[in-house]
Write a protein that binds this ligand. Sequence first.
Ligand code: GLV
Ligand code: MN
Ligand code: MN
Length: 412
Amino acid sequence: METKQLRVNGKRLQSTLEDMAKIGATPNGGVQRLALSDEDKQARDLFVKWLRQIDLEVRIDEMGNIFGFRKGKDNDLPPVMSGSHIDSQPKGGRFDGILGVMGALEVMRVLHENKIETKRPMAVVVWTNEEGTRFAPAMQCSGVWADALDRDWIYGRTDINGLRFEDELMRIGYKGETPAQKSDVHAYYEYHIEQGPVLERKGITIGVPKGIVCLHWYDIYLEGEANQVGPTPMEGRHDALCAAAQMILKVNELPSRMGGNLVATVGELQNEPNSRNIIPDKVHFTVDLRSWDDELAIKAWELVKCDFEDIAKERGCPIRIEETWRVEHSPFDSKLVQNILDASDSLEYSSLHMVSGAGHDASYMNQIAPTAMIFVPSIGGRSHVEVEDTKWEDCEAGANVLLHSMLQSANE
Ligand code: GLV
Ligand code: MN
Ligand code: MN
């Protein structure tokens, strides 16, 4: 069959996404499907059922990554792969991650029902724990698969309640037999919502990132001296939360201090004992730095780290700093980027070359295989929130671009 006329089934993609959005649905229209939670398991079970319905060969590896393989004419050739993640942020959206998985599934469904044979095998993949919100860092299991992160380090990571990653992976029944080890991949495409305002503002349907910024994650632990707030004079206090507050503002000021394209955020904080009438004696907070320029992010960190040490000394609050995770910026494969631009043109969708400020499993895949991404607009530029939304027609457009980009690579 001539594949040029092939299109995804937009209605089916919509109802698939709507079914997934029921799993972990939140009262305000979002989803909460934290990595290795019961909701993650439920969504995985449904996904695996859908893979089997179209005769894909399902493999689950020791990190819980799920692969659905489709045979090609020559199965000795490396496959063309596409996927993303099923886990979400707390009170997250209905599109982040899951669109890329359901988009790739829709591509497989179209190929299946039209009995299309490609030269190369193809695969759809779910990477475990992309968000890193329950178990830090992010993109953990694409990282292990690509040999960039250590399996046992990830197994030992704990959530806020002290539960271990490996134990939770076993509990939900997704610690598979297959080793999480990279194999040759001819091309990796990841389809995702933009998560920012650029495409919508410019009225463009398809975003084609030239790559992903670097991501640095740090964990800061401060100790103070707890005491009754009333009788304790202001002088001589060792208030860990006040020290943290000063440090947080230093992080917020970093981008204007450094110039360039840096963003800097403190998103998580735990305060103990968290009582209004006790001076806080234990604080943990996180720092997230991102830039296209790795050196700039490192310089920014060295600067703010000195500030942290000075503030801790002034306030008599001992500090412990963990340099938890870094992934370098990822410039994508120019041939794959061009495939996506060409597919957008021939489907008559407008497209824009841009940068991804969000992290994706594509960062780690980019280290081992030609990689590129397809973005569609986020309404109001909102993401990682319950109101995260994308027009159904844009979801369909992005999946069509994925279909034709994958076909292009799969017949090489
Ligand atoms: C992942 O969603 C990230 O950009 O932090
Ligand atoms: Mn995502
Ligand atoms: Mn996300």
